[in-house]
Design a protein around this ligand. Structure first.
Ligand SMILES: C[S@@+](CC[C@H](N)C(=O)[O-])C[C@H]1O[C@@H](n2cnc3c(N)ncnc32)[C@H](O)[C@@H]1O
Length: 220
């Protein structure tokens, strides 16, 4: 069987200092840290929840969580299809002694994979929108409000095209049209990565979680 994309090799760019991906990683980690810092307190029976779709080896979440005072208060789910990357994420979870992190080696395009962890207080959709068809991006963005808790935030990324095409601007508009409020948008002039953060405003959206069986996206 031909492997369509070597996602393990893709992760190697994270280890090149100054690469766009390593710079993006710092921005995403900072936003994860900020989200964990600022989310309102919760009773133990209803813990804060973080979900990362297409999580890779979890390096944008796990080291931040490990150093955060709320490390054991947050229920975390990483969903990653590639066996080697899911295994690397599990190894990191163990090495960091994180007790509330689960890694699921399954298809994150299907909401059944993580419905039991919704609504999420922090949702990561990083490295996804540039790899799926535009209709899937739109479908996923439209579903975001129903996947987030009140005041929950989604962190998403999208690269600028080599021809200067800025699909991230389209995604920003779609997020706002879906009812989310922009928290931040990072778009350095000298790099192609873009990182968006959008919040579900508390108490104003009457939207439900996606129906079981819903498929939001599939990698092209
Ligand atoms: C561009 S990488 C991003 C990884 C990580 N989110 C990051 O930003 O470092 C895309 C990831 O999505 C994973 N992936 C592709 N299709 C998937 C699917 N249907 N369900 C879950 N993961 C998937 C790949 O294995 C890869 O790790």
């Amino acid at each position: 069987m031909v492997k369509q994309h070597d996602w393990v090799a893709w992760h190697a760019a994270y280890d090149r200092p100054g690469s766009s991906l390593s710079r993006r990683l710092e921005v995403v980690r900072e936003q994860v840290r900020h989200a964990l810092d600022t989310l309102p307190p919760r009773p133990p029976a209803a813990p804060l929840t973080l979900v990362s779709l297409c999580a890779g080896d979890g390096r944008d979440v796990l080291p931040v969580l490990a150093e955060h005072p709320r490390r054991d208060d947050v229920r975390v789910l990483l969903v990653e299809l590639d066996d080697a990357l899911a295994a690397a994420a599990r190894e990191a979870v163990e090495a960091l002694g994180l007790i509330r992190v689960e890694v699921r080696g399954t298809d994150a395009g299907r909401v059944d994979a993580y419905l039991d962890h919704l609504p999420a207080d922090v949702l990561l959709v990083c490295g996804v929108f540039g790899n799926v068809p535009p209709d899937d991006v739109r479908r996923t963005v439209d579903a975001l409000p129903g996947m987030l808790a009140d005041d929950g935030v989604v962190l998403w990324t999208r690269g600028r095209g080599g021809d200067g095409n800025e699909q991230a601007q389209v995604i920003r508009r779609w997020c706002v049209r879906a009812g989310l409020t922009e928290v931040s948008f990072t778009a350095p002039d000298d790099a192609r990565f873009r990182v968006g953060v959008h919040r579900r405003p508390a108490g104003v959206l009457g939207v439900a979680a996606p129906h079981p069986g819903t498929c939001l996206f599939a990698f092209a």
